[in-house]
Design a protein around this ligand. Structure first.
Ligand code: ZN
Length: 268
């Protein structure tokens, strides 16, 4: 593992435009359960999974009822808003400050990259801290809305101050399209990158899963993209040889060692 960390450190130093893709695996060390692992949210509660699949259709059919139900029930993910970033999130921030990492594209809705201090983050599946207008796509901080007050006044769903459109939570539901701005920025960053560091995701959920595949396919005269995986176990990306190599282990631990190794090399 040490050799691979050294190789990754050298590859990052040599890269011109490195980006990271992250998923549930980087947040499990912050105590956030994943969805499909052995103690995942869906694994333990298949009924909740069925309900989640219907949620977006229910929202479209009756946003007032959807909001009322949402405000009366407990969040499936528990106190996600109180979760704190871990060593893995901070290591990526450190790489960004060193000028080695240009962007993080995350599948996680927990906002932990932002909380850790990352500057250029694309929240592919939205954020628990935000709300989004389904008509014009504007995003707002949760605290800009007093949802309990709107409920008490029978004034749900919340409305967009810009276009009067209906406001939804920013988190992208099953069956809901990825918001345009996020989808486009992610593809742009992927086309630009010459190194992709994939952390804590097997990238099987589409369309996010297209990003590493797009990085691999690109042959437009730009040097080949190096794709590095940091995951607990081999994934389809490893098996399909989309990644060049896998550093196997705990995301936080490996990313921290990666930062330390880069420091040592640079201090030479
Ligand atoms: Zn709007």
């Amino acid at each position: 593992m040490g050799d691979l960390i050294k190789k990754a450190a050298q590859d990052l130093i040599k890269s011109h435009y490195a980006i990271a893709l992250t998923g549930a695996g980087i947040s499990t060390e912050s105590g956030i359960p994943d969805f499909r692992g052995p103690s995942g949210i869906w694994t333990k509660n298949p009924q909740a999974e069925r309900k989640a699949y219907q949620s977006y259709q229910e929202f479209l059919a009756d946003p007032k009822k959807w909001w009322e139900e949402r405000l009366s029930g407990a969040s499936l993910l528990g106190d996600l808003e109180k979760a704190k970033p871990n060593a893995g999130h901070f290591a990526l921030v450190e790489l960004e400050r060193m000028g080695l990492l240009k962007c993080v594209i995350t599948q996680n809705v927990d906002a932990l990259h932002e909380k850790a201090g990352a500057l250029n983050v694309i929240e592919y599946h939205g954020s628990v801290l935000k709300l989004r207008c389904v008509d014009c796509g504007s995003r707002f901080k949760q605290e800009e809305y007093n949802l309990e007050k709107l409920r008490a006044e029978g004034a749900l769903p919340p409305r967009c101050p810009k276009c009067r459109g209906v406001i939804k939570t920013d988190g992208v539901a099953f069956g809901e399209p990825i918001p345009n701005d996020v989808a486009h920025r992610s593809v742009d960053e992927t086309r630009k990158c010459d190194l992709m560091l994939i952390c804590g995701t097997s990238a099987v959920v589409y369309p996010f899963a297209n990003l590493p595949r797009l990085a691999r396919q690109r042959k437009d005269g730009v040097p080949e993209t190096i794709i590095i995986e940091v995951n607990a176990d081999p994934t389809p990306l490893t098996e399909e040889k989309i990644s060049d190599y896998l550093i196997r282990g705990k995301t936080g631990e490996i990313l921290l060692r990666l930062v330390e190794t880069i420091r040592r090399i640079r201090e030479g």
